[in-house]
Design a protein. Sequence first.
Length: 342
Amino acid sequence: MSDIRWDVAEVLDYDYTYQYVPPTDQSLGNTNNLFAIKVRTVTALYNDEIFTVRPSNINLKQIPLVGEFILIYKTFNEYTSKSRRREGWYYVTTIDVHSNINENLLPGITGDLTDTEIANIKPGKTFKSKAVSPLQPYEGDFLLEGRHGNSIRFGSSINTTYPEKYYHAGPTWFSPVSDNDGDPIIILSNGRNNLTNKEFVIENIEQDASSLYLTSTQVVDTLTLSKDLTIHNYSYAGSQFIGAADRIILRAKKDIAVIDSEMAIVLNTPGEIYIGGEDAEENMVHGKVLESILQKILNQLKSPIQCGTMSGTFLDTSAINSAQSQLKELKNSKYFITKNTI
C-alpha cells in the first residue's frame, strides 16, 4: 500500500453536508460521504481541481466553514479490499490561522478571484460571525470550546501560588485545603460575557447564561442564592452538582422524580411555592398557629359553662382529652415551612 499523503485545503462549499441523502437518490450524494465538504488544495495537487473530502472522525463533528483551511490526508476508502487499493481524502481539523474561537476565514487563497469576489464569500447559509473570547486555560486542563461561547472544561483545583501574571485570569473555584491541588472539576458553560481583542475569560456561574458544575472538593465562590443559607453553609467543599440558569425544568418522562438527601432538602425562595400545579389555590397552614388555635378551643370546651345562675361542664370530656393528646402529634418534627403573614 502507498504512503499516506497530507495537504492543506481551502473549504469552498458544502456537498449535501447538512442534508440526508437516502440510498435511493445517489444522484445527489453518497451515504458513504456523510458530512463531506468541497475543497481545493493550497499546493495545487490537482491543478486547482475541486474535490470532496469527508471527516476523519465521524463521531466528533467539527464541520469547517467556507473560507477556512483544513488539514487533509489521503488513504484507503470503503472500496479497498485485499486485492485492490482505492483511496479517498479525509479532513482532520481546521487550521487556526486567526487564533479565533468563532471563525478562521481566509477565503480566496487557492483560487483566481478578484478582491470583490473574495469579499462576497460567505462562511455558510446560516452562520453568523461574532466576537467570542477564548477560555483561560490552566496547566493540565482539557477544554472543548464551541464557536458560539459554549464550552466544557475538564479542569482541577489550583491552590499552589504561581508567579504574578502567569495566568491572565484566576479561577472562580478553589479548594479550601491546599493538599487538594489537582482535584478534578468539570464545568459546562453556555453563553458568557465576551471581551474584545480575544481577551481570555473564565466561567462565572452568576454571569454565564447557564452552567453546570461537577465538583470534587471545590468551593464555587461566585455562587449566590436568592436567600442566604444560615444553617446549611452553601460554601461546601465536598463534591457538588451545581446548576444555574434563568429557569430550570426537570422532568421524569416515565417514572417518578426523586430528590434524595441524607441530611435535608431546602426549597430556598423568597417567592411562592406551588404543589400540584402552578394554579394551586389552597393555602398551607402554619402548624404552630393551628396548634395554638385548637388548644384554645379545647381549653374553652373544658371550662365551666355559665347558663344564667347555673354552671356546669360536659359530662363526658374523654373526646376532649383524646384530642389534646393527639394535638401533640400535630406538628411534624422533620418537615417545616416558613411562616408568612398577609
